[in-house]
Design a protein around this ligand. Structure first.
Ligand code: 5GP
Ligand code: MN
Length: 347
């Protein structure tokens, strides 16, 4: 049996909203990852099965390796179908905000969402949930929104409507937000849910392979080059930094998602506690950060890189050149050392 988690009042309100709605729109964050896609498509699939008309809107194109997910090809990508997406949001009776806590995370979709009169429901696991919704199901202690969606579906008594396709989506989100169950993955309930999803017929080995064995030779070479030539280790603060310029990305015919897990690589060194990756985009520098244990990279991203996220996985943006972003990072070394000290003394 799964432990009870989601507040009964929220479930009651959600049940009431679902009873009366016909047209549902599900939104998730920009640069959708396995959890954003998995939770949105899994939830959409079940709502479809109970007779709702459901559309999933993503702010931009999902990565190629997630296009195998059932329903992915029917997603309305805002950057491609702006007017259609805006109309869908305007005419919706119910809107879901999945896997994001802040309206800024859906980029330009935000204006259309806020303009819509439809009630809005958040299902999310990021800290500091915003108040742009009517119902807020926010559980930062749950490792993925997909897992939370599974719990919500069970509480709505919709478990029987989860078929193999919906289960595949939900499993994908659970797998990707825990690095294939290698972090945030000590919750025994995780394995109860996986067991139920396996009974629905999912092929977890095939899902792993589709998501993770998706390299191209260019992608492998780009990541190899980045580690060999562009990784700097800061011994004193146990940190690592990787940077890639536009020219370097172009040299390897960079496509979105090609550096997805690069920021994690330095953490495979036992001594490295945190890792940053700076990628030159047009007009800004994209920041990705990861850490181990108590080291809060989200605090750094909030304070210095216009971003946020989770304690061990965060990101943001820097407005300036790549050189300036590196200088900013290096100015922070004393702060990193201080944070390390605090983490150690709290151990
Ligand atoms: P990634 O490095 O995979 O792009 O992002 C990791 C996590 O950091 C995301 O799940 C999200 O929670 C957070 N994140 C990434 N980029 C941003 C950003 O620009 N702003 C905020 N607030 N959070 C971000
Ligand atoms: Mn997530």
């Amino acid at each position: 049996m799964l432990s009870r988690l989601v507040d009964e009042n929220n479930i009651k309100e959600l049940r009431r909203l679902l009873e009366t709605c016909e047209n549902v729109v599900i939104t998730c964050h920009i640069a959708p990852d396995g959890d954003a896609m998995g939770s949105s498509l899994g939830f959409a699939n079940v709502l479809n099965a109970i007779g709702k008309t459901v559309k999933v809107i993503t702010p931009d194109m999902p990565p190629r390796n997630l296009m195998f997910l059932p329903g992915a090809k029917d997603i309305v990508v805002y950057t491609k179908y702006q007017d259609f997406a805006t109309r869908l949001l305007r005419d919706a009776d119910l809107i879901f905000a999945l896997d994001y806590n802040d309206i800024k995370r859906i980029d330009k979709v935000g204006d259309a969402l806020l303009a819509s009169k439809a009630p809005k429901v958040m299902i999310d696991h990021h800290m500091f949930p915003g108040d742009f919704v009517n119902v807020r199901i926010s559980h930062p202690e749950v490792s993925s929104t997909s897992m939370l969606v599974f719990r919500v579906l069970c509480r709505l008594e919709l478990f029987p409507y989860i078929d193999k396709d919906a289960a595949t989506c939900i499993y994908t989100g659970m797998m990707t937000d825990t690095g294939n169950f290698s972090y945030n993955s000590n919750d025994p309930d995780l394995y109860i849910v996986i067991s139920e999803l396996l009974k629905k017929g999912i092929n977890k080995d095939a899902i792993y392979s589709k998501v993770y064995n998706s390299n191209t030779p260019d992608r492998l070479r780009l990541n190899g080059y980045a580690v060999e030539q562009k990784m700097k280790i800061y011994d004193d603060c146990h940190g690592a930094l990787i940077t890639l310029t536009r020219d370097e990305l172009n040299r390897y015919h960079y496509q979105k998602g090609d550096t997805e897990s690069l920021v994690n690589v330095p953490l495979s060194v036992p001594d490295i506690v945190f890792s940053f990756f700076l990628r030159e985009e047009t007009g800004y520098i994209k920041v990705s950060a990861r850490s181990k244990g108590e080291f809060p990279v989200n605090k750094i991203c909030e304070k210095h890189f216009n971003g946020g996220g989770h304690k061990n996985a965060a990101g943001g943006e820097f407005y300036g050149t790549l050189e300036e972003a590196v200088s900013r990072f290096e100015e922070l070394v004393p702060e990193f050392e201080q944070l390390l000290e605090t983490c150690r003394s709290n151990d």
